[in-house]
Write a protein that binds this ligand. Structure first.
Ligand code: SER
Length: 318
């Protein structure tokens, strides 16, 4: 089986590629992205690829005889609000290029992460799969489109599009870029490097989150589920929900001198438009989803690994 990963140098891709390579063999996982320098951190096979370049995308899919695409390339919510036109281009045109290329070249499966951003203020809290969505960010709108188009391509063309709605993803290897949930990662960097963090959300802001190992597990599990196990094309998955203040307190257990203040900016409105928790019982029932990481274990592991990484950085060898 040949796998292509778009957005491979991003927060999820940089960890998904090694995980897929461990499972399916290095030579069978093609890491692609626009950032040539970061792409070079992977061993071969890699391809420089912008998902807006359909010709190149087709060429890579043909050349490597691709069976499965993990389509991760996207502009996240906060950055998307700074430049909605760019967000539309990358997330909508890029998505369309991937789906059309997959359809035209008999790709078997396309795996796409959706997000809590696909929900909106009218969504009831703890939503299940089929609910009111109405997101208010361009990123969220593009994710609803991914869900709907995915279902459309499946019903119309038999292209097996699947995905999970991720909460905020916390990880130490590669920083997220331009998301609203980034504060839950930034707090760890700041705690280790400066002992202080100024959150860009209120301290009572609660959002669903997940530690990277669970995110990788969810993506690979949904990709591998038997068709007969799937009631939906896109499933909610979650790991934990906590407030910004709870996160501060947990970090203080490991770094007692850590202090924080809270100065909400325009991202608060985005955070407030998302549910504080999501119901992942369908994933648990249908394909045995179960997260392994809770807040305290995640925080301990983050601090341990991030401290090591940052010490390495200081000596220029991370
Ligand atoms: N982490 C993403 C964001 O904040 C949500 O999918 O944009």
């Amino acid at each position: 089986m040949k796998i292509l990963v778009t957005g491979a140098t991003g927060q999820i891709g940089s960890e998904l590629v090694p995980e897929l390579r461990k499972k399916y063999g290095d030579e069978n996982v093609i890491a692609t992205g626009r950032n040539i320098k970061k792409l070079k951190e992977f061993s071969e096979p890699t391809e420089v690829l912008d998902v807006l370049n359909k010709k190149k995308l087709e060429q890579v899919v043909k050349e490597h005889n691709i069976d499965v695409i993990y389509h991760l390339a996207a502009i996240l919510s906060a950055k998307g609000e700074q430049n909605p036109q760019l967000c539309f281009k990358v997330n909508v045109d890029g998505l369309y290029n991937v789906l059309e290329t997959a359809r035209e070249n008999n790709v078997e499966k396309v795996i796409i992460p959706s997000s809590i951003a696909a929900f909106g203020p009218e969504t009831p809290d703890n939503p299940s799969e089929i609910t009111i969505q109405r997101p208010k960010t361009m990123y969220g709108i593009s994710k609803v489109l991914a869900e709907l188009l995915g279902e459309y391509y499946y019903n119309k063309y038999g292209l097996d599009v699947r995905g999970v709605r991720f909460p905020g993803i916390i990880s130490w290897k590669t920083e997220p870029g331009g998301g609203t949930t980034d504060y839950a990662v930034e707090a760890f960097y700041a705690a280790i490097q400066k002992g202080h963090y100024t959150y860009f959300v209120r301290k009572d802001t609660v959002l669903p989150m997940m530690y990277m190992p669970d995110a990788l597990k969810a993506l690979i599990q949904i990709a591998e589920a038997e068709p007969s196990q799937l009631r939906y094309r896109f499933y909610n998955v979650t790991g934990m929900s906590f407030s910004a203040e709870e996160l501060t307190k947990v970090i203080q257990k490991f770094i007692p001198d850590f202090t924080a203040d809270y100065k909400p900016d325009e991202r608060q409105k985005i955070a407030d438009s998302w549910p504080t928790r999501i119901d992942d019982s369908a994933a648990r029932e249908d394909w045995n989803w179960k997260p392994d990481w809770d807040l305290e274990r995640m925080a301990r592991d983050m601090i341990e690994n991030l401290s090591k990484k940052l010490r390495g950085d200081a000596y220029g060898k991370a």
